[in-house]
Ligand binder design. Sequence first.
Ligand code: CO
Length: 165
Amino acid sequence: MTVLKLHYLPDPVLKRKAKRVSTIDASIKKLAADMIETMHAINGVGLAAPQVGVSLRVIVLGMPEEKDIVMINPEVVKKSGERLIVERCLSVPGYYGEVKRAESVTVKGKDLKGKEFRIKAKDLLAQALEHELYHLNGTLYVDHLESLDKLKKNEPEETAEENGG
Ligand code: CO
């Protein structure tokens, strides 16, 4: 497995709508394994393929103390509730901002064997799922701020980019 290079704003790959995966072949399996390796190397809780420069609908999630998840062609089935939360993104290092997100979200997608599964999530997992799904559609939390004045810079002592995706 390889730690991949992250792509940062204003890289255009982050603004592109990613394409659906048509066949889950060896290259997709390798991409997913490399994305998991990369996510752990940078302490992220999630990663979307465009963040490693690949415009395909593949996401990985790594919640603390939980098994890693790979989802191919994920789609939102249901969202409910609303909450204001702080978002950070590994592709926008050094910044954070408060955005409106769902309280719970149900997402369906395929695993690496092509089998469909669903995740019904709240809390951090719901946040990470929404975050990564937005990446696949070429939007980042910075696009959901009321204005760019709401984008805040980390204080110099805050170096952790944890909880980013
Ligand atoms: Co992100």
